[in-house]
Write a protein that binds this ligand. Structure first.
Ligand code: CTP
Length: 466
């Protein structure tokens, strides 16, 4: 029986492979024409991914249950946005299924037993993903012991699983079982909201259940140029008034903030967060002013330049640069307090701290009018991370400073000397600080173009020894 032809209870039984079908599902599905996305998937997805999705459907069928791909993948497929984050929901035991799937594909398996979910990491990659992974969960309903607690997992049907999700546009599923492969399951008007450009929650308790969705609403709205609908906006305001953020884990807020800063144009979301009075949950002193807007813009241009430059091989944490900008009005103490409160990783906190400690001093030093040997710039910039250096570049409005930074990045920073410590020992240097200092002096001389060859380096060393 073909699901597109008729929308009867029988069809849904086929779809759900004999599992008891919730009557609400049948009623809802009967209301609108069913859309099959198989052709769109074939056109949009790499053949390898398509084969993988079909295999999941086939394996689920062998085990006599239904499997779906859900969430952001479905949303982006409909919107023609590339997204290879595959979240699978099965109406069966996800962990058991994941084990069989990992075996079959020679992937490695990570089990999250508490949540009844598993991740299978493939031995191959797709696009920018070095190793392709698939997350597999059991269709479930979440009971919340009290608002904002971590979910308590309970087995249930697909509809319940989708109903507990954040927004209608993220609450659609595609059937993977071969019989109905590609069938869109949309109980909550997700497809219509995508067409209309609306971000809408599924129920009134959504932000109470998970306050991080307050950030997520803004992120999706601004990413796609959508509009949070009025009822959802009112619920956000209510949750903010009730200080729901205070009740959720700071690390989850941090993760959402990082995701916002990783968006293509994070300023749009930051502006909207300011409008909705969300920024104060990060810190009351973070202010949305014109100079913040222009600093974000300049950082964006700087990152774009970096990614086209010869430096691009070294990855850059753009989001951290935007975070530094967001902390522009704060002193070092406040910035550190935020990093501790939200448990930013040690390396991230250290880069923020060094920006706060050194940033203004370095800029002041480099704004000097007098001629400055490249080695002086090198000494100041070398200890700093690329993120800090590039924020300084973005922030500097003086062309002299900018060209000094560029010269460091593209030239001085790469210069190496041929002389080694052993060479210096052979010349008569004793091991210790003096030897290290001599190596540095040779490097600085080379950076400043005073010497060129290994012979020059050694004769400079001999002079120093005298
Ligand atoms: N989800 C949710 N509530 C959250 C986080 C996630 O309901 N607080 C659900 C949504 O259905 C979402 C899915 O889990 O689509 C996957 O979450 P995630 O990977 O964070 O988001 P995506 O929708 O895939 O968005 P992105 O493109 O930003 O990765």
């Amino acid at each position: 029986m073909d699901l597109i032809a008729t929308h009867t209870n029988d069809v849904l039984k086929v779809l759900h492979h004999g599992l008891i079908v919730d009557r609400r599902i049948t009623r809802r599905l009967k209301k609108r024409p069913l859309l099959n996305l198989a052709r769109k998937m074939r056109a949009a997805l790499p053949a390898r991914l398509m084969r993988l999705l079909k295999l999941i459907g086939k394996m689920a069928e062998e085990k006599e249950f239904a499997a779906f791909v859900i969430g952001g993948f479905v949303r982006d497929l409909i919107m023609n946005v590339r997204n290879y984050d595959v979240d699978i929901v099965v109406e069966g035991n996800a962990i058991e299924f994941a084990k069989a799937f990992a075996d079959r594909l020679k992937g490695s398996l990570v089990i999250h037993r508490k949540f009844g979910t598993a991740t299978v990491v493939m031995p191959w990659g797709l696009g920018r993903n070095g190793r392709f992974k698939v997350d597999i969960a059991t269709a479930r309903r979440e009971r919340y012991e009290f608002p904002a607690a971590l979910p308590d997992v309970e087995f249930s049907s697909l509809r319940d699983d989708l109903y507990r999700r954040d927004f209608t546009i993220n609450a659609m599923a595609i059937v993977l079982n071969s019989k109905n492969f590609g069938q869109l399951i949309d109980f909550f008007n997700g497809q219509r909201h995508l067409e209309e450009g609306v971000v809408s929650v599924l129920h009134k308790e959504s932000f109470m259940d998970d306050p991080t969705r307050i950030f997520r609403a803004v992120r999706f709205e601004q990413r796609y140029g959508f509009k949070i609908d009025k009822p959802t906006e009112n619920l956000i305001k209510k949750a903010i008034k009730k200080d729901m953020f205070g009740r959720t884990g700071n690390m989850r807020i941090r993760d959402e903030l990082i995701l916002i800063l990783k968006e293509e144009d994070p300023m749009r979301a930051i502006r909207r967060m300011h409008q909705l009075d969300e920024l104060r949950f990060i810190h009351p002193k973070i202010k949305m002013q014109e100079d913040l807007r222009s600093l974000f813009k300049s950082i964006k241009q700087t990152c774009r330049w970096y990614k086209k430059s010869q430096l691009k091989e070294r990855s850059l944490d753009d989001w951290l640069m935007y975070l530094m900008a967001l902390f522009e009005n704060l002193d070092k103490k406040d910035a550190k307090a935020i990093c501790n409160k939200f448990a930013f990783r040690r390396g991230d906190t250290m880069r923020i701290a060094s920006y706060k400690e050194e940033g203004d001093r370095v800029l002041k030093f480099m704004s000097q009018k007098k001629k400055m040997p490249p080695s002086s710039v090198y000494k100041r910039l070398r200890p700093l991370s690329y993120e800090v250096i590039l924020v300084l570049y973005a922030k500097a409005d003086d062309r002299k400073i900018k060209s000094r930074i560029i010269n460091f990045l593209l030239k001085s920073n790469d210069i190496k000397i041929k002389t080694t410590g052993d060479d210096l020992k052979r010349l008569g240097f004793k091991p210790g600080p003096a030897l290290g200092k001599a190596l540095k002096e040779i490097l600085y001389a080379k950076i400043d173009d005073k010497i060129e060859t290994r012979k020059d380096e050694l004769s400079l060393a001999r002079e120093m020894l005298k």
